[in-house]
Design a protein around this ligand. Structure first.
Ligand SMILES: Cc1cc2nc3c(=O)[nH]c(=O)nc-3n(C[C@H](O)[C@H](O)[C@H](O)COP(=O)(O)O)c2cc1C
Length: 210
């Protein structure tokens, strides 16, 4: 099979999307051809020629698909219809909120895009608590084990060319711990940038740049 793995995060390194795509790529044996694309520059249409599967991993932005990625997907519609008419589309959407259900609208948007592009929807995984992706190993036994299990199921569908139900998963830890860790992270980043906790919580002045 020819698989195109598309990292739709704008981050050059350290993205959660890259962690999830690397995990999926690790499940494909040498009999499969993998083509990795991503970044802020649109991939070449030729990268998709003869693809059996398009696996998109991206972050949730404002309850939707990041603008740069959506623009690229729309621009590719006509080419994909010709170059990869048999490709099935699979997705891994991760978000900063703990609840995976936050990603459901973006998944729906992607299904609409599939219809417009004439491609077949395979299945998707919505991941909450994406901020944990680099904080713990993605495997059995740890807090990310529910995510690993969902990605295993997705990989099985991709590699068999199958369809399946969409899955919603989040780390196996209490929500309040995730939120507390997120607050610590925000405060630390604020301090590094010369902002106190009070600065971070201050209401925006009318007319101030956002
Ligand atoms: C501009 C922007 C908008 C975002 N919007 C949301 C959102 O609506 N809901 C949410 O849960 N997380 C939101 N996030 C958080 C990202 O989805 C989250 O940090 C994700 O783990 C990043 O994935 P990546 O490392 O693969 O880029 C947003 C982040 C940015 C930078």
């Amino acid at each position: 099979m020819r698989l195109v793995l598309w990292n739709g995060s704008p981050k050059a390194k350290g993205s959660a999307s890259a962690v999830f795509l690397d995990y999926l790529a690790g499940q494909a044996g040498p009999e499969h051809t993998l083509c990795r694309v991503g970044g802020l520059k649109a991939p070449a249409a030729a990268d998709f020629r003869g693809a059996d599967a398009l696996v998109l991993a991206f972050p949730l932005y404002v309850d939707g698909i990041p603008g740069h990625l959506l623009g690229m997907l729309e621009a590719l519609e006509a080419d994909l219809r010709v170059l990869a008419p048999e490709a099935k589309v699979y997705a891994v959407i991760n978000c900063g909120f703990f609840e995976a259900g936050q990603c459901a609208h973006a998944m729906e948007l992607l299904r609409h895009w599939c219809r417009r592009a004439g491609l077949c929807w395979g299945r998707g995984v919505c991941i909450g608590g994406g901020g944990m992706a680099n904080a713990a190993p993605l495997g059995r036994g740890g807090p990310l084990s529910p995510i690993a299990r969902a990605l295993d199921a997705l990989a099985a569908s991709v590699l068999s060319g199958g369809l399946g139900e969409d899955l919603l998963v989040q780390p196996a830890l209490p929500r309040r711990l995730y939120v507390a860790a997120a607050h610590l992270g925000w405060n630390k980043t604020g301090r590094k940038n010369g902002l106190s906790k009070a600065d971070l919580c201050a209401p925006l002045e009318k007319g101030a740049p956002r």
